[in-house]
Design a binder for this molecule. Sequence first.
Ligand code: SAH
Length: 242
Amino acid sequence: MTFATTFITLYPEAFPGPLGVSILDRARRDERWSLETVQLREFGLGKHRQVDEKPAGGGAGLVLRPDVAAAAIDSVSIGDRPLIYPSPRGTPFSQEMAEDWAQGPGLVFFCGRFEGLDQRVIDGRQMQEVSVGDFVLAGGEVAAMAMLEATLRLIPGVAGNQASVEDESFSQGLLEYPHFTLPRSWENRETPELLLSGDHKAVAEWRNQQSEALTKQRRPDLWSASRNGPKLRASETDDEHD
Ligand code: SAH
């Protein structure tokens, strides 16, 4: 099945951008995923195809009109795909969200610009607001691409090596252990002897210790969450109700 993605944007020329290289490019050519862009401007009003207006109540900047946004959204065959509005006010994006989305039919992103989108279309089209972090970007394109890239690489057959996807940061709720490769000695820094020992059990234990120590030190929030047992994924909770 092809994972179908649509971006509604004022800047379709930004795509595929970084989604057009390496494993994601190959996967798109293999039809594991598809990319569609919808130019919001085409749904703008009047001679100038205006998409924005001054905010009601005053203040700085411009707001995307709900009628224009809705016309663009309604032109898309959304089907069962989640409609995502990247927004700093949204639910924080996470690896678990990527895992859930990767099991679905695809994603539709509405990329905001200016001060953002009129609240009535967010509510009226039941858009899911999702944030990529506590900072403010100029537009939703980079945020949407980051979320999509994290999702696509979890789709079987997209990443070259499924084991490496399963083994890395966050998939066990911990940060990943440090990596080493050749040369064994570089600028007087040595590869830990144990990694060269061929003792797979000892290597696994060392990596696990490193993961735990790094997580405790850098991300006490993740560490205490991991102590409270594995989190239920939305897909697992869904199964219980089916
Ligand atoms: N005035 C808004 C920010 C608008 S930034 C506020 O303070 O919340 C313009 C657009 O960039 C937004 O509509 C959104 O689509 C995108 N954007 C900015 N920061 C983002 C973030 N941290 N996560 C996801 N999208 C973001």
